[in-house]
Ligand binder design. Structure first.
Ligand SMILES: Cc1ncc(COP(=O)(O)O)c(C=O)c1O
Length: 383
């Protein structure tokens, strides 16, 4: 099935739901035994028992996301971090070694540090842009390589095929955070990556009204996780959230196209403005890893970074004058957002506003409106 057809019709089963055009929300914690000739079973072939283990509404969203990513199975979690931490827990062992890209989402990195303190897990943080550097870190204890491509602070990308080959040679598992590209623009499993995670709180939901996460991968791995990492840690997605997620997914392809169109126009405007020092957007011809980006992605979403020539006070004044870009920490929703990013030498983000770099999430407003807003604000703050 093509992406547009998966988003609009995957899993349609009108006969199961009295002909309802949209599946209902199974807002129930438990399922009781009943005598039925046509006993319905869950995605693992078992009777439904309890919604922490399996729920039909959650399974509807999972099946759609698995199809979009080209994976065997998906499992939804109560947040993106719920999915990230469960995927890491799946592969790490006491005293093992992990390789992680330096600019990965902060709490994902911090979770590895925490596993280090608690269980002796040692992590090497690498740039991710140099396969030799990654290869030099591999040891007999390495169990996991954790990627985020593009990384959502500095927007660098990793060569997915090369990393999968390196990992395969050493029996190491690979997990990637694909939240930025979404399955519309990138399918990491097709390059040999073992597991994909997403924060559904961003583009997959797309309406800034849910917090959720998902893992896509092999059925055997995810079935095992349903009984361990998800059942024990109790981080399943709730049915209401899953229903909103599936509703968001129905327009994912349309939204991503418009995010890309708007972001390309906004990034191009900024790039030619004299007050702008640098724009890093994987969708622009000037993007440093342009060739690799075109090899492994079909497009670019709406989040990127740029910096102004002025000092932090001027940058702050610029942000404060914007009216259509709201200030907020997340991204990937319908609305445009702007925030500061600043990285220390280790690649950790340590401030949110008034720093040197800016991260923008270009929403679904009219692109001219957004450009006019930026243009006016840049004119009002002499840089
Ligand atoms: C790249 C990335 N991955 C994962 C997460 C975690 O997602 P959640 O906030 O849904 O736990 C975020 C959240 O900002 C993120 O930006």
């Amino acid at each position: 099935m093509r992406i547009e057809d998966i988003c609009t019709h995957f899993g349609d089963d009108h006969g199961r739901y009295l002909g309802a055009a949209v599946p209902p929300i199974f807002q129930n914690s438990l399922f009781v035994d009943y005598d039925g000739k046509d006993q319905v079973t869950n995605a693992d072939g078992d009777r439904y028992t309890y919604s922490r283990i399996a729920n039909p509404t959650v399974e509807g969203a999972e099946a759609m996301i698995a199809a979009l990513e080209g994976g065997e199975t998906a499992r939804c979690f109560s947040s993106g971090m719920g999915a990230v931490s469960a995927a890491m827990m799946k592969w790490v062992e006491k005293d093992c070694h992990v390789i992680c890209v330096r600019h990965a989402y902060g709490p994902a990195r911090n979770f590895l540090d925490w596993l280090g303190t608690k269980f002796g897990v040692r992590t090497s943080f690498v740039t991710g842009t140099d396969i030799e550097e990654m290869s030099a870190c591999v040891s007999p204890q390495t169990r996991l390589i954790y990627l985020e491509s593009p990384s959502t602070y500095v927007f660098s990308i990793q060569d997915l095929k090369a990393v999968a080959e390196l990992a395969g040679r050493h029996g190491i598992r690979t997990v990637i955070d694909n939240t930025w590209a979404t399955p519309v623009f990138q399918n990491p499993l097709s390059f040999g990556i073992d597991m994909v995670v997403h924060s559904c709180s961003k583009y997959l939901g797309g309406h800034s009204d849910i917090v959720g996460g998902v893992i896509i991968g092999r059925s055997a791995d995810l079935r095992a996780m349903t009984e361990t990492e998800r059942a024990y840690l109790g981080n399943s997605m709730d049915p209401n959230t899953a229903w909103l997620l599936q509703r968001g997914l129905r327009t994912l392809h349309l939204r991503m196209d418009r995010h890309q169109e708007n972001a390309t126009r906004v990034a191009s405007f900024l790039e030619q403005h004299p007050a702008v020092e640098r724009v890093v957007y994987p969708g622009l011809p000037s993007y440093p890893q342009r060739e690799l980006a075109q090899e492994q992605m079909r497009g670019a979403s709406g989040v990127f970074s740029f910096s102004l020539r002025g000092d932090p006070q001027q940058t702050r004044a610029f942000i404060d004058r914007l009216t259509w870009f709201q200030k907020g920490p997340s991204w990937g929703g319908f609305e445009s957002l702007i925030g500061g990013i600043s990285l220390d030498d280790a690649g950790r983000r340590y401030t949110s506003f008034g720093s040197s770099g800016l991260r923008v999430s270009v929403g679904l407003e009219n692109a001219d409106t957004l450009i006019e807003d930026l243009d006016r604000s840049l004119a009002e703050v002499p840089l």
